[in-house]
Design a protein around this ligand. Structure first.
Ligand SMILES: [Zn+2]
Length: 167
């Protein structure tokens, strides 16, 4: 009896720990057979040793197995709370990625899935020919002019080695 209770707790723990993943469903599938088989073994043992019919054990074990499987199934279907930055399928950490598909499993991220990265606010674009653009152009031109000047001075440094002699 205590074995059945411990067994049930073990199955439910696996079902909860791995809920919505294959180990949980494997636990659900494999939970019932050992209980029913061990009950059949007990019935056979009682019949062999005491020559008594204990087939009610199988009925009881089946009932327990049914309850265990039912609760394990409920647990294994409970939703997982996932952090918003992981893939909904494989839980790949997608922080810093702007891709709409998971690089690990290739899962397409649908619109209702939380975005891995918050979208940047769109900066207001200055209209063409506005004062801001003109100012920026002027500044760029001035910079280009000054860089041209410095290039010229570098190419032809003032000749100071040969003193100019006057006759
Ligand atoms: Zn994935």
């Amino acid at each position: 009896m205590i074995f059945v209770v411990l067994y049930a707790i073990a199955v439910w723990t696996i079902a909860w720990r791995f809920r919505r993943r294959w180990p949980a469903f494997a636990a659900v599938l494999l939970a019932a057979p050992p209980i029913v088989l061990s009950a059949h073994f007990d019935v056979w043992l009682v019949r062999t040793v005491f020559d008594e019919d204990a087939s009610w054990l199988v009925t009881l074990a089946s009932l327990f197995a049914g309850i265990i499987v039912f609760i394990a199934l409920l647990l294994s279907f409970q939703p997982r709370s996932k952090p918003s930055h992981v893939c909904v399928v494989c839980e790949y950490d997608m922080r810093g990625l702007s891709a709409r598909t998971c690089p690990e499993c290739g899962a397409e991220l649908t619109e209702d899935t939380p975005k891995p990265q918050r979208a940047r606010p769109i900066l207001p674009v200055a209209p063409e020919g506005s004062l801001a653009i003109q100012l920026a152009d002027n500044r760029r031109d001035r910079k280009r002019e000054s860089s041209k000047l410095s290039a010229v001075t570098k190419a032809a440094p003032p000749a100071t080695d040969t003193p100019i002699t006057t006759q």
